[in-house]
Design a binder for this molecule. Structure first.
Ligand code: NAP
Length: 259
């Protein structure tokens, strides 16, 4: 068990990548606090995973709610060793079609929310602690319509470098994970029914060297590595878990053509 005796806070732990990570962390011996806005799905995770999980309803855009979530975590489990600042949203922000509110809401959740998650947790973290931020392949891809989302994920990459410098003297590691397209509910708005989803998946798969979307469990395994002492000397990195999109863009089925 790689996380025995450790306590983790996972924002956005009631869905997708955060939920898969909560399941894996509990299986690896951790006590896990999850946050999200949706009470129903938060409660469902506690029902599934049991007393090693604490679910706190906390909006990532509200620093006071994040402070309360951290306080409840420490009160319940006695310590905090791992912070997975993962809650995030996506939405189209095409030039000429985007309101200030739509643009800023993505930055507020994905950037400001992540910073205040780390700030709320920081005073409780001791030497050996690990902080992981969820960035994305979009920090580098340049896909049309994703200005706010890509900017938010690029900001996290920059933030990792700063936080890694700032927290290194205290022995706290900070890294990012950058998933590629992963099969989670984040795609529901773009593909609200099975037919639309199949079409989306087929199109996306053509842009991924491994020819398929990632599974949330595959991202969770990489988060586990960064969270655990196996990554004791990994610091300030951005780990892409994306089927080769970032590392081998020339190998996508679209560019390879028929073999
Ligand atoms: P998801 O299933 O939609 O999960 C998003 C999570 O964030 C949910 O638990 C949601 O909970 C939480 N959340 C969103 N806004 C929040 C807020 N204001 N306050 C608190 N919690 C909030 O999507 P996912 O794919 O697992 O996304 C997790 C992270 O991975 C995100 O940062 C996303 O940008 C990133 N990512 C995803 C992909 C992908 O293809 N799936 C690729 C690269 C990066 P509530 O709705 O209950 O608030």
């Amino acid at each position: 068990m790689r996380l025995k005796g450790k306590t983790a806070l996972i924002t956005g732990g009631n869905s997708g990548i955060g939920l898969a990570t909560a399941r894996l962390f509990v299986a690896e011996g951790a006590r896990v606090a999850i946050t999200g806005r949706n009470r129903e799905t938060l409660d469902a995770v506690v029902k599934e995973l049991g007393t090693n999980v604490l679910a706190v309803q906390a909006d990532a855009t509200d620093p006071a709610a994040l402070e309360r979530a951290v306080a409840q975590t420490v009160e319940r489990f006695g310590s905090l060793d791992i912070v997975f600042a993962n809650a995030g949203i996506v939405g189209p922000t095409f030039v000429g079609k985007t309101s200030q509110e739509a643009f800023e809401s993505i930055l507020k959740t994905n950037v400001t929310g992540v910073f205040f998650t780390v700030q709320a947790a920081a005073e409780h973290l001791k030497a050996g602690a690990s902080v992981i931020l969820t960035s994305s392949v979009h920090s580098e891809l340049g896909v049309p319509g994703y200005a706010a989302y890509a900017a938010s994920k690029g900001a996290l990459k920059a933030m990792v470098a700063v936080l890694a410098s700032e927290l290194a003297p205290r022995g706290i590691r900070v890294n990012a994970i950058s998933p590629g397209a992963t099969r989670t509910p984040i795609w529901d708005a773009l593909a609200p029914n099975p037919e639309a989803y199949a079409k989306l998946e087929k199109g996306l798969s053509l842009t991924i060297p491994m020819g398929r979307l990632g599974e949330p469990e595959e991202i969770a395994k990489a988060v586990l590595f960064l969270a655990s002492d196996d990554a004791a000397y990994v610091h300030g990195q951005d780990l892409f878990v994306d089927g080769g999109v970032n590392g081998a863009p020339g190998g996508t089925p679209l560019l390879r053509g028929p073999q």
